[in-house]
Design a binder for this molecule. Structure first.
Ligand SMILES: NC(=O)c1ccc[n+]([C@@H]2O[C@H](COP(=O)([O-])OP(=O)(O)OC[C@H]3O[C@@H](n4cnc5c(N)ncnc54)[C@H](OP(=O)(O)O)[C@@H]3O)[C@@H](O)[C@H]2O)c1
Length: 257
């Protein structure tokens, strides 16, 4: 991939104040994106540091706070703020990366925790896709960050998270089938295994050890850049143009689990 392969592109990366999303957003900027909009939940200070790092590359950037309980107006406002901030009429790339991996033992599950989890992991990607489709440019790409947890049982406490990621993964297939041809875009999942971020550090040590030792070839967690590299490949068109409605695994060997 040429180093300037995102020259002139407009990208939105949700949940990009920290972790995988932050690395994806910065990599788009380093590869020449014209503007990168990031969203975050509550950490305005770290979101602004991502914005500063993007701007240091010469790209434009904006940070947009979005609530845990997502709705249609929020999705529309993310798109409108992005278009206005960069003085453009179209968007090239949407990466639905923001995720909620709260763990709940049986007995602590409620309708409220279900709705909060599904709001971030399923509803927000759906509504943002709906709001993006009218303004996405041909050749564009929508990428949803799924999880290996969508495919394997990682433990009872992660049941709700795993179900939300499975829903996201299948939603992606349907969205691609319905919209990719008409819009001339790709819509895919990128599916990480255990990656070194704040998120995984909240999991029980036994779960982290199992992911590292039983589910990777190198017996380690992945790094954020190892996920970002694949997201940029899929988003870049070019050699990834014939990947559509699909799920790209970035798990370091999780098929072994
Ligand atoms: N890390 C892993 O092992 C792993 C494995 C498989 C899949 N994934 C998936 O990869 C994605 C990124 O995970 P990560 O490990 O990078 O997470 P992380 O380090 O915990 O960072 C989460 C990011 O998402 C933001 N966020 C959380 N809820 C949000 C909401 N409702 N609206 C907007 N932003 C929100 C956070 O903002 P604040 O800073 O404001 O809180 C933060 O920027 C998630 O979808 C996750 O499920 C992660």
């Amino acid at each position: 991939m040429a180093s300037n392969s995102f020259q002139g592109k407009i990208a939105i990366v949700t949940g990009a104040s920290r972790g995988i999303g932050r690395e994806i957003a910065i990599q788009f900027a380093k590869k020449g994106a014209q503007g990168v909009a990031i969203t975050y939940l509550s950490n305005a200070k770290v979101a602004e540091s991502t914005v500063s790092e993007i701007e240091a590359t010469g790209s434009k950037a904006i940070a947009i706070q979005t609530p845990a309980n997502f709705d249609t107006a929020t999705a529309e406002s993310v798109i409108q703020k992005t278009l206005q901030a960069f003085s453009v009429t179209g968007i090239d790339i949407l990466v639905n990366n923001a995720g909620n991996m709260s763990l709940y033992p049986m007995g602590q599950l409620t309708a409220e925790v279900f709705h909060t989890m599904f709001s971030t992991n399923v509803l927000a990607p759906l509504l943002l896709t709906q709001a993006t489709l009218p303004v996405i440019d041909p050749g564009g790409s929508i990428i949803n960050i799924s999880s290996r947890a969508a495919r394997v049982a990682v433990g009872g406490q992660a049941t709700l998270y795993a179900a939300s990621k499975a829903a996201l993964e299948h939603m992606t297939r349907n969205l691609a089938t319905a919209h990719a041809a008409e819009k001339k875009i790709t819509i895919n999942n990128v599916m990480p295994g255990g990656i070194e971020t704040d998120m995984i550090s909240t999991a029980p040590q036994a779960m982290i050890d199992r992911v590292k030792n039983d589910a990777t070839a190198e017996k380690r967690l992945g790094r954020v850049d190892e996920v970002a590299d694949v997201v940029l490949f899929v988003a870049g068109g070019g050699g990834a143009r014939w990947i559509n409605g699909d799920t790209i695994s970035v798990c370091g060997g999780a098929a072994m689990w």
